[in-house]
Design a protein around this ligand. Structure first.
Ligand code: GLY
Ligand code: MN
Ligand code: MN
Length: 368
């Protein structure tokens, strides 16, 4: 890792220390795998990071020692012997650091791990914390934005490739498999989630699993996909129509697109997440489809495909410069089908930048 990267991760850990201090804990045991990656650059699994006032130690096992040395040079390492549990390593480190109040990440520690740790560390106590690293992750730095742009670029090239060869005998599963192949071919390390491909009435399933249903004629297909590049993700949705277009699908498409554009236009630093959600929801409700938009407007993307912040009616907090969010309104009608249009948007000083570029005017969604 170049020295600049090393400094970048160290700066993140220093920011975290300030947040940990406010909780009353003397150290934080970071157990969420993506939080460990964010704070160290280590991209493996099954490893924890202990961030104490002065010390920071990555707890891993011999499968990863070489990788840690390559990805996080200079970071202190505690590698457990085969057969030893990671919690025993935690016990040793916490005792030797003299920590009497250890912060833990409530969302990623199981009840079993909690009880085991509490027993091992007594009389030291555990302080459950939430969202400490996640709040840092909400604001992307320049390098993270480079990775997200790359993940978008790869996803878009993959989509263009599958769109060019799509045909009516193709089943949803084949489209999904083609997408994965193309994402890897263009340099992605994989898909950011199993793609959603829904033909006709199956497009009414917001998170439908691709089936053997064929695209067929006079039809439409919803495709929700994303790529991973350098650990960061993209997340897009488009609907393609084939053959004779049903006026109903065109009407729904136009309403969803209008809702999406209205919401994107409401994005700027200081805008409340709930208000941006409402901007899209109002358009859909006014068109008579309010009950058919049953999910939040979008979510942050980064190391995870779903991360903070979230757009929904209960989020009364503001957008900030550097957040990258999806904007993805939808209308879903069981037995008929559905439309969702999803783009990735960066909050900038002056408003927003739409990072995704796949055309979305209805005419451009029609394939021969
Ligand atoms: N791919 C799921 C979503 O768009 O949030
Ligand atoms: Mn999506
Ligand atoms: Mn999404």
């Amino acid at each position: 890792m170049p020295p600049a990267d090393h400094d970048r991760f160290a700066a993140r850990r220093n920011k975290l220390r300030k947040l940990v201090k406010k909780t009353g804990a003397e150290a934080l045991l970071v157990t969420d795998v993506k939080n460990v990656t964010y704070l160290t650059g280590f991209s493996g699994q099954d490893s924890y990071l202990l961030v104490a006032k002065e010390a920071e130690v990555l707890l891993t096992d011999p499968r990863y020692t070489q990788q840690v040395e390559e990805e996080c040079p200079g970071l202190e390492l505690a590698s457990r012997a085969p057969g030893k549990s990671i919690l025993s390593t935690v016990q040793k480190l916490v005792k030797s650091a003299g920590v009497s109040q250890l912060g833990i990440e409530a969302i990623s520690v199981t009840i079993d791990q909690f009880h085991t740790l509490a027993d091992k560390l007594a009389p030291a106590t555990l302080i459950p914390t939430s969202g400490l690293v996640e709040q840092l992750r909400e604001i992307k730095d320049a390098e993270e934005l480079v990775a997200i742009r790359k993940a978008i670029h790869i996803a878009e090239k993959a989509f263009a490739a599958i769109r060019a060869t799509m045909h009516r005998d193709q089943a949803e599963r084949q489209v999904a498999a083609d997408l994965e192949y193309q994402v890897r071919r263009f340099g992605g390390s994989g898909l950011s989630f199993p793609p959603i491909v829904g033909v006709g009435e199956r497009a009414a399933l917001p998170h439908g699993v691709p089936s053997h249903k064929k695209i067929g004629e006079d039809s439409f297909v919803l495709i929700d996909w994303g790529a991973v590049a350098d650990g960061y993700v993209s997340d897009l949705t488009r609907v393609l129509a084939t053959g004779k277009i049903s006026p109903k699908i065109k009407r729904i498409y136009d309403i969803v697109l209008k809702a999406q554009l209205r919401a994107i236009d409401a994005i700027k630093p200081g805008a409340m997440l709930c208000d941006v959600d409402k901007a899209a929801r109002d358009v859909i409700a006014e068109a008579g489809f309010g009950k058919r938009f049953g999910h939040g407007l979008g979510h942050g993307i980064g190391l995870n495909v779903h991360e903070a912040p979230r757009f929904n009616s209960s989020q009364t907090r503001p957008l900030q410069v550097g957040m990258v969010v999806t904007v993805e309104p939808g209308i879903y009608i069981p037995g008929f089908g559905g439309v969702r249009i999803e783009d990735d948007v960066l909050v900038t000083k002056t408003g927003y930048e739409v990072l995704t570029h796949v055309p979305k005017d209805f005419d451009e969604s029609v394939i021969d």
